[in-house]
Design a protein around this ligand. Structure first.
Ligand code: URA
Length: 248
């Protein structure tokens, strides 16, 4: 990758701004000042510093966010806050995007990546990546519901694949059920629609896990962190992607 493209992708300025920075001698690669904007660099291997300060030059970022309620899963919105507003601006310029979506009122784990292929594979219906949700639903659910979920539910426009429903607690007084459901698809409003088809309204929905990743209990709502190497490896395995870093 050209040095000017590398810096622009990292959000260090526009192409013309970073070219000027490079010509001014502000950029060093592997400790050597480089004044040629077209200089060939390897963001995975080369070290980068700007004005003498070491920079994190990785252009692939992979993030876990604890999505709060009230925030849209969208790249941008003119009126409402989106999950992208919770990440630093440079993550957007690096092309870091949410993998799938959660409804505005849903909380829990949301994964972001700059790796389009990884994202595509994780979302592919053929991959059957498991997602586990905790739901507070109206009504007292029982084994009839568990059986219904396990058979797959006809939702009119499609039949949801069999899902695992575990009833954690029922409360006859308030007429509610706390349950966990594990699905392998990600269709629009799928979990809420499955509960509705069984005659229960979802009042609160929280995603606890996405594929092999559990929401970090130390991550407060609205906060995010980069995936650990182990988490990324597990995610890539779930996507059946060979580990390029290991092979290199
Ligand atoms: N299913 C839903 O109904 N909503 C979500 O946010 C995620 C899954």
């Amino acid at each position: 990758m050209r040095l000017d493209k590398w810096l622009a992708t990292l959000g260090k300025g526009s192409r013309s701004e970073v070219r000027q920075m490079i010509r001014d001698g502000q950029a060093a690669v592997n400790g050597q000042t480089v004044r040629d904007p077209a200089a060939d660099c390897d963001p995975e291997r080369d070290t980068l510093s700007l004005r003498g300060t070491a920079e994190d030059g990785r252009i692939m970022r992979h993030v876990m966010m604890h999505k709060p309620a009230g925030v849209l899963t969208a790249a941008r919105d003119n009126r409402q806050m989106t999950v992208m507003d919770l990440l630093p601006a440079e993550y957007r310029s690096m092309g870091c995007m949410p993998v799938g979506r959660l409804d505005k009122d849903t909380t829990g784990i949301l994964v972001f990546t700059c790796d389009g292929e990884l994202s595509h594979r994780l979302l592919s219906p053929a991959r059957h990546v498991e997602k586990r949700y905790r739901a507070l639903a109206s009504g007292v659910m029982d084994e009839t519901d568990t059986a219904l979920f396990s058979r797959g539910i006809d939702l009119g426009d499609f039949t949801a694949l069999p899902a695992r429903l575990e009833i954690l607690r029922t409360d006859a007084e308030s007429g509610t059920t706390l349950a966990e459901v594990t699905v392998t698809e990600g269709k629009f409003h799928q979990v809420k629609r499955m509960f509705a088809a069984a005659g229960h309204e979802v009042r609160m929905l929280h995603r606890c896990s996405f594929g092999p990743l559990e929401l970090d209990p130390a991550l407060p709502e609205g906060e995010w962190r980069e995936l650990t190497d182990g988490e990324l490896k597990a995610l890539r395995q779930a996507a059946c992607m060979e580990d390029r870093t290991e092979k290199a």
